[in-house]
Design a protein around this ligand. Structure first.
Ligand code: GLU
Length: 366
């Protein structure tokens, strides 16, 4: 039976799919992918592209064989390559009468709630206008602290932001390979367990960034948002048609049946926590199974510095990130409150009505 066309998809293309050699555009492949995207559109699917390749194309234009190690040189390559990248995409969609729209993002744009909602709104408008948004990280202005780091993460965040049904990550990797076991591609992953994560390795390519590790963590984020994720080779002919008709040659990650609501997703995955709150054994099930607030009595320690209202990691006694949430207290206040009962806290924080360290409405278990 033929699967119904998905409503909305995000397609991420790695540098290795768009180029052959260092920074040489593979125009035939790009044209084939554009034709496939057009076919999806005709079937009623809205498509958002996340395209890498700016740094690689910049390197190609400059004749560089190695990625520069200096950040400002990489940023310069991205500035040179990004405009070439957009020209390439527009040319590829011209025969289909489609217009592309460049959207460049930094992590900051999705961290602040107001800007996050603004980006979402603009993407909706671009889709309304019938264009194909082509998103990349704004590498030229992205310093380490405002970077997504890789476009796999960026594509998963975009998929979550626009409530996409599917995220397709096309790279030179044919899928997730079970190196320790069968040596074959894992066709379906129901749940991303530590065993699945152990199957991934980094990248060794000159132009690529993430490797399988970042793809799996992207899949984790997107599946929690209720989005099914394909990881497959962009070199395969008719790859999109095959994926969406269920003849997937890659790996499919099943979306979570109980996706997190949008605000909690933003809290869980779009932030860089400024500190950690450590909790004791008794507090673990209170948060994890009972979904209650974190009280000072369950806190054993603090690390990092944060203000009230900042986002923090909540760590289990073994140091594992258990949850993420908005701390109602500063780091110094949490340190002073650690281990105390609500009765003991009252005189320490006179006039304060709420004494939960992290209220359950502002807390998400990971
Ligand atoms: N934003 C980078 C580029 O356009 C690619 C990062 C990635 O592929 O993960 O070159």
């Amino acid at each position: 039976m033929k699967n119904p066309a998905p409503r909305r998809v995000v397609i991420k293309l790695g540098t290795g799919v768009l180029t052959s050699g260092i920074g040489q555009l593979d125009t035939a492949r790009i044209a084939a992918i554009a034709a496939e995207i057009e076919a999806l559109r005709r079937a009623g699917t809205e498509v958002i592209v996340v395209s890498s390749g700016a740094v690689g194309l910049g390197m190609g234009r400059l004749g560089l064989k190695k990625k520069p190690s200096e950040l400002s040189r990489k940023q310069a390559c991205a500035a040179i390559g990004q405009s070439l990248l957009m020209q390439t995409w527009q040319r590829a969609f011209d025969p289909h009468g489609l217009t592309v729209a460049q959207v460049l993002l930094t992590h900051e744009d999705l961290r602040a709630r107001g800007r996050y909602l603004g980006v979402k709104d603009t993407l909706e408008k671009l889709i309304d206008y019938g264009t194909i948004p082509v998103i990349n990280e704004n590498d030229t202005v992205s310093a380490a602290e405002i970077k997504f780091g890789d476009n796999d993460t960026l594509s998963a965040m975009v998929a979550s932001l626009v409530d996409a049904q599917h995220l397709v990550i096309l790279s030179t990797a044919p899928g997730l390979i079970d190196m320790k076991g069968t040596g074959q591609i894992v066709p379906v992953v129901e749940k991303i367990t530590p065993e699945i994560e152990a199957m991934a390795g980094g990248t060794t390519s000159e132009t690529a960034t993430g490797g399988m590790i970042s793809k799996i963590s992207a899949a984790k984020l997107a599946t929690k948002a209720g989005c099914g994720v394909f990881i497959a080779s962009g070199a395969e002919p008719e790859i999109l048609a095959r994926l969406f008709s269920g003849r997937s040659p890659g790996t499919f990650f099943v979306p979570s049946g109980l996706p997190m609501e949008s605000k909690k997703r933003w809290l869980a995955y779009f932030q860089r926590p400024s500190g950690n709150i450590l909790i004791n054994d008794r507090a673990v099930p209170v948060l994890r199974e009972q979904g209650r607030s974190l009280l000072a009595i369950g806190v054993t320690g603090v690390s990092g510095g944060f203000a009230a209202g900042d986002i923090v990691n909540i760590l289990s006694p073994e140091g594992r990130i258990l949850a993420r949430g908005v701390s109602a207290f500063t780091d110094a206040e949490v340190r002073a409150a650690a281990g105390k009962s609500s009765e003991e806290l009252k005189p320490l924080f006179p006039g304060r009505k709420r004494l939960e360290v992290v209220h359950r409405d502002n807390l998400v278990v990971l």
